[in-house]
Structures are given as C-alpha cells and as structure tokens.
Unconditional design. Structure first.
Length: 290
C-alpha cells in the first residue's frame, strides 16, 4: 500500500517502456516508439509545460504563439491539423491573409525553439497540414495518463483490484496539474481540460474505494480529501471520508466533515445534504458502526 501523497512522479520516457498486460485496444492516442534511432520528444502538458528533446530541456520559446502552436500539434495528431484549422483556432477574427502570415511567423518561432537540439525540422507542412517532423518519436504525459486510467478500469472490471490500484496510482503520479494549466485563457484546451479533470476525479474516487474496501483507511482519507478539495459538492467523497475517519477512531472529525459538506452544498448549490449523508452523520453521532 502506498499513500498517493508519497508517490513520486515517474521519469517520463521510462513509463512508455513499462510492460503492460492490459488490452491495448482500450487505449487511445498512445504514440508507440518504434525507431530507436529517432529523437525522443518528451512533453508534459498536465500542469506546467515541460519539454525535452533527447533529455535536453527546451526552455526558451522565442514566440509565445509558437509555443501554443506546439501544444496544439502534439495533442491533435489524428488527423494532423490543416493550415485552415490552425488559422481558425488561433486567429479566428483575422482576415485569411493576415492569419496565414501569423501562422507562418508562429511556425518559424516554434522551429527556432528547437534549433540547437533538433536534427531535423520539428514541424513540417505536408499535404496542406502541419505535423511533427517524422524523425521524432513522441512521449506525451496525457497519452500515458489516459493509458493508465483505461488500464485501471479494465483491471477493476476484471476483478483485479490490486492491479487496478497500481494503474490508478501511476495515473495520479502523472497528473501534476490540470491540462495546460499555464494557459487558462486559451479557448481550445477547455474541452480536453474538463475531460481529463473528470478522469482525474474518477481515479481519485475509484482508488479511494479500493483502499477503503481493503481497510487501508489512511490511504483512502488522503484520496478523499483530494477529491472533495477539487469538487466540494461531491457527497459520495464526503461520505467515504466520514466513514474512514470514524473507523480510525475520529468521529468528531467525521462530523466536522459532514458540516463542511453541508456548507459547500449550501454555498455552491443552495441545497441541503442528501438524506443518505444526513443518515450517516446521525449514525456517527449515535456511535453506531459505519
């Protein structure tokens, strides 16, 4: 058993090489490394942007729009985006000629960021669309996160909770923050950010339930706290946290958690706690087993 707060973030490329026994058809978007002679491009988009090319950090971006274009390209690979799509995504109000010129400037800035480390063009124009250079093999934390989430769900459904827990912990170690957290005002990442956040919350819930069922209440408490911090109106998370605290011999903290739940529901939704939550609090007050 390992507490999620103590789980170190794994090395990026090492995760891509980890052997897996789950059905790969359940996964989406994973870029498989086939040519060991190619340059390895490692990209972290969960939290603050981090980019490495063959273990050399890419930290200087001459163009902020080129930096944004790079993030868009690594997350829109099937199919690669056409020129017009990029123009519409980044310069929707500009005239076509101006938008195309701005795109050319952004591409130039993106290439400059890799000028000293790349052995070939990092981005190329091919059949009217932009793509990463064919000499690159990509490792992306978003792909790995979704891979482990899918693997955990599959193992959980197959009745292998220990294996599911291991996959979920790997997923949580990768989730260093919300998708493109350093670009909160960009419009195009919003849908993906919400999707990944919901997956993150679901993993917290599922892993918390696994530890609860195995009587590892300390680990379950840590996960439930993360869950209700991000979603204060998540009553099932509050209830599991109340049960864990009670079973740890801290009913006073469980009742305090009930009050925190009631306050959040009133403040954010203007509603009272669910009857199941109220009934659980009453059981704890009466010192009945929960």
């Amino acid at each position: 058993m390992s507490l999620i707060a103590e789980t170190p973030a794994p090395a990026w490329p090492a995760l891509a090489a980890r052997s897996r026994s789950i059905d790969r058809s359940a996964l989406s978007g994973l870029t498989l490394v086939r040519d060991p002679a190619a340059q390895l491009l490692s990209v972290q988009l969960l939290g603050r942007l981090r980019v490495r090319l063959d273990d050399v950090p890419v930290e200087v971006w001459p163009s902020s729009r080129g930096r944004s274009l790079f993030k868009y390209l690594v997350t829109h690979r099937d199919p690669w985006p056409r020129r017009e799509r990029l123009m519409d995504a980044f310069w929707p109000e500009a005239a076509p000629a101006a938008a195309r010129n701005s795109l050319n400037v952004a591409v130039h800035g993106l290439r400059r960021a890799f000028r000293d480390t790349a052995r070939g063009p990092v981005v190329v124009l091919e059949d009217g669309g932009y793509r990463l250079g064919p000499q690159l093999r990509l490792w992306l934390d978003v792909d790995e996160f979704e891979h482990h989430v899918a693997g955990g769900r599959q193992l959980e459904a197959a009745g292998v909770p220990a294996g599911a827990a291991a996959e979920y912990e790997r997923a949580l170690a990768l989730y260093q923050g919300d998708f493109l957290a350093d670009d909160p005002y960009e419009e195009w990442p919003a849908t993906t950010r919400e999707h990944l956040l919901l997956d993150y919350l679901d993993v917290l819930d599922r892993l918390g339930a696994i530890w609860f069922d195995r009587h590892q209440y300390g680990a379950s408490v840590a996960l439930c706290r993360l869950l209700v911090e991000r979603d204060p109106c998540r009553e099932d998370g509050h209830r599991r946290l109340m049960r864990c605290l009670t079973r740890q011999g801290q009913p006073h903290l469980a009742l305090r958690q009930f009050q925190a739940c009631a306050d959040a529901l009133d403040r954010d939704l203007g509603v009272d706690p669910d009857p199941a939550t109220v009934a659980l609090a009453e059981q704890i007050r009466r010192h009945r087993p929960v």
